[in-house]
Design a protein around this ligand. Sequence first.
Ligand code: NDP
Length: 239
Amino acid sequence: MSRSVLVTGGNRGLGLAIARALAEAGDRVAITHRSGEPPQELLDLGCLPVRCDITEPEQVEQAFKEVENAHGKVEVLVANAGVNRDQLLLRMSEDDFASVLETNLTGTFRVVKRAAKGMLRAHTGRIVLISSVVGLLGSAGQANYAASKAGLVGFGRSLARELGSRGITCNVVAPGFIDTDMTRELTDDQRELIIERIPLARYGDPREIAATVRFLASDEAAYITGAVIPVDGGLGMGH
Ligand code: NDP
């Protein structure tokens, strides 16, 4: 079964792995990319790249139009695009806080709302939000990021309740530390300290997040909604 899938921030990192996994499973996959170019491997897999900054409502609307023209209404949305601007509280500016919330939470609201329009009419749909273990555990120096990722849990669970009777599931994936550009910014010492706290004693591979998202988007997961699925090597256990 080939569905129209949209993955935000699909040009690199987790989004790229998710787009690849869904395209390989036979879906018609579109990705948004913002500053970077779409990688050739996604083009080779037949993915459709659309340029979009999710903080810009007009760009979101334009991106959805392009995807709908090429692939039909979005049936599976993976809201993955996100940023961090880490800083200790007293050094965190209003802009550090607001810009992270604007991308991670409001930007996600924007794309989900637009996708839900078509899903509500179709009486079916899958929404997967990429949160973080940090949204559940908290993280010193990441109050803005953690607040945005915790916000996605309340947002996603509200949607699960609001949209469930229309055949739409909404689930949240909470990755731990996964090897991408975002975590490559950490120093070796920081990485070692983190690994000491992870029961599986390693970083995750983007493919391990992609496999979870692919499952949540599959028919087998039809009775799962409002779930927060940790993929974190045990780091967040108990939350
Ligand atoms: P990357 O920094 O590697 O990639 C982030 C992606 O999001 C890029 O494609 C980026 O586009 C896109 N993006 C950022 N801001 C916007 C915006 N305003 N509009 C559109 N696209 C945007 O991060 P990861 O792949 O590591 O992370 C992906 C998601 O997973 C994020 O939401 C992150 O918070 C979450 N996550 C990651 C973890 C990790 O350990 N890596 C752990 C837990 C959660 P561009 O190329 O233009 O910058």
